[in-house]
Design a protein around this ligand. Structure first.
Ligand code: COA
Length: 260
């Protein structure tokens, strides 16, 4: 697929996807969502890529939301379909990806932008970042998982307030709430994401895949996290990564995980 609205850079087992519609503050239109789906899918299938970083181009925005111009005249059925399709192609897809995804929030992360960051496995922010779910100010609600993931990350009361007020919080408040793990000056954001990605990429891709599965299971109403953990733990014993990891430890050498 030829990408118009994103670009991808790869270095040392780490891929960085940059959402690139700076004139529209990187708003997620249909094409961008489709491009992101393809990019995440292909990078997840690429055994050379161990971590994916997602960020926005420019210094102002990560993503300022879903592209409002595309859905302003939608019917009830179209609105429902917009949410369902977006969740399937991007938001649930990213959350359940086997490859770890780090969101590097470099500015506004609003609506679908914050929802994409919350679908990612964890988040870092630059000190100019601002986050919120302003949908009720447009007469709609967060539809890409925001009503579920925000309470899971910051607690129900804080999420209710943020959603109802359509307000924004700054990076420091997001850090205090546990919405992001780190806040750094903008020029240090990608280097920090890369440093964390590099540490992750030394570990077993198979074990990380099973860890993501087990952690996510605890946040799904139809799964039992503890049972999922038992299954995922057992599955690790069938991997080449486990053989290599345990052998390397016993032989007092650094593991070289095959990722299988
Ligand atoms: N959808 C479509 N276009 C968007 C957009 C979105 N979510 N967010 C920003 N843009 C566009 C603006 O329309 C503007 O385009 P134009 O130059 O063709 O008029 C351009 O991006 C720059 O945005 P602008 O509003 O001029 O920048 P600002 O610095 O004054 O304000 C924001 C920045 C983020 C506060 C403001 O753009 C905003 O409120 N965006 C919408 C956020 C939102 O409600 N998101 C949830 C959507 S469900």
């Amino acid at each position: 697929m030829d990408y118009e609205n994103i670009y991808i850079e790869e270095e040392n087992k780490v891929a960085t996807i940059t959402i690139n519609r700076p004139k529209k503050l990187n708003a997620l239109n249909k094409r961008t969502i489709s491009e992101l789906h393809t990019a995440f899918k292909e990078l997840d299938e690429d055994r050379e890529i161990h971590v994916i970083i997602v960020t926005g181009s420019g210094e102002k925005a990560f993503v300022a939301g879903a592209d409002i111009s595309e859905f302003a005249d939608f019917s009830v059925a179209q609105g429902r379909e917009l949410a369902a399709e977006g969740q399937q192609l991007l938001f649930d897809f990213v959350e359940n990806l086997s490859t770890p995804v780090i969101a590097a929030i470099n500015g506004f992360a609003l609506g679908g932008g914050l929802e994409l960051a919350m679908s990612s496995h964890f988040r870092l922010a630059s000190d100019n970042a601002k986050m919120g779910l302003p949908e009720v100010s447009l007469g709609v609600i967060p539809g890409y998982g925001g009503t579920q993931r925000l309470p899971a990350l910051i607690g129900k009361g804080r999420a209710m307030e943020l959603i109802m007020t359509a307000g924004m919080i700054d990076a420091q408040k997001a850090l205090e709430f546990g919405l992001v793990n780190y806040v750094v000056p903008q020029e240090e954001l990608l280097p920090l994401a890369q440093k964390l990605a590099s540490r992750i990429s030394n570990n077993s891709p198979m074990a990380i895949k099973y860890a993501i599965k087990a952690v996510n299971a605890g946040f799904k109403y139809d799964e039992n996290g503890y049972s999922a953990e038992i299954d995922a733990f057992g599955a690790c014993f069938g991997t080449e990564d486990f053989k290599e990891g345990t052998s390397a430890f016993l032989e007092k050498r650094k593991a070289k995980f095959p990722g299988s």
